[in-house]
Design a protein. Structure first.
Lengths: 340, 324
């Protein structure tokens, strides 16, 4: 897996361009919406002078380009502005909610990939049988079901009717207080293991099950359907036919050779949908009151909290670039023809 | 030659199932190959020659159905053995496009090791590698160690075809099926690969079923040539007989299609018409609608493959009357 310096440089430059471009676009859009955020900043019952002062404090009285340059100046020093809603630095807000989201989608994608790919392989091997039909029905339903609806349904079934799993938040407050749990990395599952705190571990595991399963439904269906389609295509290719002709056992052909050929495009598309899912997590996080970036972004949008909105958009953009790079690296690890 | 033939194909018919019907790609084909003999199957694309090769190698696509016939190799029915999932060590195949034949994600060494491991009872990695390097040397590959660790995209077309031949030889086969092994290569490489195959044949006593659309190549390498048209054998003879005295109108027109450089200003010839539609093969002679010497009987009665002279068979009404 050789990675050249040119590749690293190219990726870094690209990242910079994306960051500046995204900043510019979101900044302009948030400023031309006539929302008068200074009213929010100044609070209710503010006098005209206070509102005027808030305008000056937020630089809203200056031309947009000047505002943008001032923002950029602060941005590259790590000052992403103060959230008008929470009154804490956006960078800190965004990073702390990002870990909550990452914990959720990493688990969701692991489930999706680990179950989805074998599911697709099975459907491809047993094509045109009832197994294939069942797989197709399941994946079509799963892929076309709106996430928020599915979220509500599982909440109703597992949370309300059966009452076996919690359907909101990352962890129960009282467990945290009773056990004296502290955040280290921001990933509760990891933190609780680090602290040997099995109560928090089990509790946060119970909390993550439902949102992770709901979030996993789409990438699961995607990977299963992709795997089946690509696998069937690969199995007709000359290099597979030649292995059959040379008398290799079917197991070897399938699981050593064809599977690897199949994984190349599947990983690419799953990886890209991983980047996309950070947005898809909006709905899931809202329904499950999961304090992640989607929840944070939604709340910021609803309260015209523009520095926070820009921060969220930016994090998503950076995340997307990073995922793209990772997909490239994984791709080059599987496919020797790809040199980075 | 009174010996039992190494490979005997009897009354083989193969259909491809397609949407809305089936293509009768091979119909009632019978021929045999003796030990140490090179038999060439010659015909246009769609004549069913590759299908026969794949059937013998046991690598027909999933939509192919063997309607009838037997493929007997060393006294065993290959179709029966294959249905019992038994490994067939003694027949190996070399395909047309070496770059597509090898999986791009795996080193050449990995593939050949798996082939050796699954056929020969060798488990030891070093031993497998030794065997692989041995066949690499046999096909005159330079620097076998490096090639063992190379990916297909790192090797040239000629080297790849040698690698593919090496893989086919790694199981010590008695017979090699070569499905247009030189078609994708440029002319100088074609000659090298043909030479290599002939040398291997001599050295190892290999029999070969050599599939090609090129009569010139066939006459160079083949002991015997079988001409196929539209899924049927139309003529079968020793290479010399066939080239010097082609009988079937199709063979004759194929010969005329070979470009000749010594006749100046001659136009390239071609056979008028197109390959027959094998969803509904013609009732009479399959070549009748393109034949320049077509008679009334040709459109109604299918000519059978009959001996015209010793070791020269032809399926054409022109000869069936004259002789008797």
């Amino acid at each position: 897996m050789p990675i050249s310096k040119e590749y690293v440089a190219k990726r870094l430059i690209l990242l910079m361009l994306v960051v500046i471009g995204v900043l510019f676009i979101t900044f302009i859009i948030t400023r031309i919406i006539p929302a008068r955020p200074e009213l929010l900043w100044a609070g209710p019952h503010a006098t005209i002078e206070q509102i005027q002062k808030a305008r000056e404090q937020l630089n809203l009285d200056k031309p947009i380009l000047i505002q943008f340059i001032l923002y950029l100046h602060g941005f590259f020093q790590g000052d992403w502005g103060i959230s008008w809603r929470t009154r804490s630095p956006v960078l800190i807000d965004v990073l702390s909610s990002l870990t909550a989201t990452l914990e959720l989608i990493i688990i969701a994608f692991t489930i999706a990939f680990i179950i989805g790919v074998p599911f697709g392989v099975l459907a491809a091997i047993k094509k045109y049988t009832w197994i294939d039909d069942v797989a197709r029905i399941v994946t079509v339903i799963g892929a076309s079901m709106p996430v928020f609806w599915l979220a509500l349904i599982v909440q109703l079934i597992f949370g309300t009717w059966l009452g076996i799993l919690p359907s909101a938040k990352r962890v129960d407050e009282w467990v945290v207080i009773v056990t004296g749990f502290k955040q280290i990395t921001g990933f509760y599952l990891i933190d609780s293991i680090l602290q040997g705190n099995h109560m928090v571990f089990i509790d946060s595991l119970r909390h993550i099950v439902l949102p992770a399963l709901v979030l996993a439904s789409y990438p699961f269906c995607l990977s299963a359907r992709m795997t089946r389609a690509v696998m069937m295509e690969v199995s007709t290719e000359p290099h597979v036919r030649s292995l059959i002709a040379w008398g290799l056992p079917q197991r070897t052909i399938l699981f050593k050779y064809s599977l690897r050929n199949t994984l190349v495009p599947v990983i690419a598309s799953i990886g890209l949908s991983f980047g996309y899912t950070i947005i898809g997590a909006f709905m899931v996080e809202l329904v499950f009151v999961w304090p992640g970036i989607g929840y944070y972004a939604a709340m910021s949008l609803l309260s015209f909290d523009y520095p926070a909105v820009i921060g969220c958009v930016l994090i998503v953009a950076i995340f997307y670039c990073v995922i793209n790079t990772l997909v490239d690296i994984i791709h080059s690890a599987i496919d020797p023809r790809v040199k980075l | 030659m009174n010996r039992q033939p190494l490979l005997q194909i009897e009354d083989l018919s193969i259909d491809y199932i397609i949407v809305g019907g089936s293509i009768k790609a091979v119909r009632n084909v019978s021929f045999s190959i003796n030990e140490g003999e090179v038999v060439c199957l010659v015909g246009e694309s769609g004549s069913g020659k590759s299908t026969i090769g794949l059937a013998v190698a046991g690598a027909l696509p999933e939509n192919a159905i063997i309607r009838s016939g037997k493929i007997i190799f060393q006294g065993k029915d290959l179709l029966y053995e294959k249905s019992k999932n038994k490994k067939i060590d003694n027949v190996m195949i070399v395909f047309q496009d070496p770059a597509a034949t090898l999986n791009p994600l795996f080193t050449v060494g990995e593939v050949i090791s798996d082939v050796i491991r699954s056929h020969l009872q060798i488990r030891d990695k070093g031993e497998i590698r030794e065997k692989a390097l041995e066949v690499f040397r046999m096909v005159e590959l330079p620097d076998p160690d490096r090639i063992f660790n190379s990916y297909p995209h790192e090797l040239s077309g000629g080297m790849l075809q040698r690698v593919v031949i090496a893989i086919s030889l790694s199981t010590n086969p008695k017979m090699l099926i070569a499905d247009e092994p030189t078609t994708m290569l440029d002319v100088t490489l074609q000659a090298q690969i043909l030479d290599l195959l002939l040398n291997l044949k001599k050295k190892l006593g290999l029999s070969m079923l050599f599939i090609t659309h090129n009569l010139g190549v066939a006459s160079e390498i083949g002991d015997r040539i079988i001409v196929m048209y539209g899924g049927e054998i139309v003529e079968e003879a020793s290479s010399k007989d066939l080239i010097n005295n082609p009988l079937h109108p199709y063979t004759k027109s194929l010969m005329e299609c070979i470009p000749r450089t010594h006749i100046k200003h001659s136009r390239l010839k071609h056979i008028p018409g197109t390959v027959p539609d094998l969803r509904n093969p013609l009732k009479g002679c399959i070549f009748s609608d393109r034949c320049s010497e077509v008679m009334d009987i040709c459109r109604v009665v299918k000519p059978l493959l009959k001996e015209y002279s010793k070791n020269h068979k032809v399926a054409c009404h022109l000869y069936s009357e004259e002789e008797k």
